[in-house]
Design a protein around this ligand. Structure first.
Ligand SMILES: Nc1ncnc2c1ncn2[C@@H]1O[C@H](COP(=O)(O)OP(=O)(O)OP(=O)(O)O)[C@@H](O)[C@H]1O
Length: 276
């Protein structure tokens, strides 16, 4: 499964009902199972809309979308179950239950899982998101970061093969963002595909590939590592700013203080500087 094409968009277009202009104007994109793809682009460029096509919440108005080989326009109800789960920006839009445990059980219950399996899925998702000790807590007593981890736990309890993240970290403080990223990285290691919409380049370090949307089409596509090494000026032209670590790398490499092939990590840059 590792290299299979899990999502395929072919000339996909999308126009919201009653809107005068198409939001997506012919997207050709393939995402392999197990890949981590970051979707970038300015406000309104259609990133969330594209994510909704992948999750079959929306159907292309022209062109095709295939999910694990099935055309989403023809898939019967439930046929795409288990492929993907989505986490939105604001956990309040997603959480429905009163307690942590009830919230995580909600998805598997709706899937009609037997009770032993519901318990197993709840345990697994709570452990993965570090919420096991809060299982009996009221959702209202959780911090913003914990609520977003709960939304993620709810998604994981569906045991999706792909996690779709729609600016899922944009409301989090730096520590919660690090915690959330660690959980996502662990889920990716387990083999889940990650498709994340973001505006922050420090969230794409672990991605395999970056896809940039502009004016309804894919304006750029490349390995995340290469994208992060673009000049600050090029990134600013796309309304993006280089994260501090990459800015430091660029400055030190430009001045010959570290070799060009230094890995962009605090440890690696620090070691090269100390060895001088
Ligand atoms: N339900 C809707 N009905 C009509 N227009 C919509 C709807 N949802 C989104 N749009 C419009 O479609 C365009 C693309 O929206 P989308 O949310 O996909 O962009 P985005 O790149 O994710 O934006 P952002 O970075 O601001 O979240 C926007 O102009 C938006 O106003």
């Amino acid at each position: 499964m590792a290299q299979e094409r899990q999502f395929i968009l072919k000339g996909a277009e999308f126009c919201y009902p009653n809107a005068s202009e198409k939001i997506l104007k012919g997207i050709d994109l393939e995402i392999r199972a197990g890949e981590w793809v970051a979707l970038l682009g300015s406000n309104g460029s259609g990133k969330s809309t594209l994510l909704k096509l992948l999750s079959a919440l929306l159907l292309p108005t022209q062109g095709l979308c295939f999910v694990e080989g099935r055309n989403t326009a023809e898939a019967k109800s439930g046929e795409l179950r288990g492929v993907s789960a989505i986490v939105f920006q604001n956990p309040e839009d997603q959480i429905v239950a009163a307690t942590v445990e009830e919230e995580v059980a909600f998805g598997p219950e709706n899937l009609g899982c037997p009770s032993a399996e519901i318990s197993a899925r709840v345990e697994e998702a709570l452990a993965a998101t570090g919420l096991a000790e809060r299982r009996e807590s009221l959702v209202s007593s959780l911090s913003g970061g914990q609520k977003q981890r709960l939304a993620l736990a709810g998604a994981l309890a569906m045991r999706p093969r792909a996690l779709l993240l729609d600016e899922a970290m944009s409301m989090l403080d730096p520590q919660s963002r690090r915690d959330f990223t660690e959980i996502i990285a662990a889920e990716h290691k387990k083999g889940r595909t990650i498709v994340e919409v973001t505006h922050r380049l420090d969230e794409i370090r672990e991605a395999d590939r970056v896809v940039v949307l502009a004016d309804g089409v894919i304006a750029m596509e490349m390995p995340a590592r290469d994208f992060l090494r673009k000049s600050d000026a090029e990134l600013r032209a796309m309304n993006l700013s280089k994260p501090p670590l990459e800015r430091l790398y660029e400055l030190l490499a430009e001045r010959g203080l570290i070799p060009e092939d230094t890995e962009t990590s605090v440890e690696s840059i620090g070691e090269k500087l100390l060895c001088r």
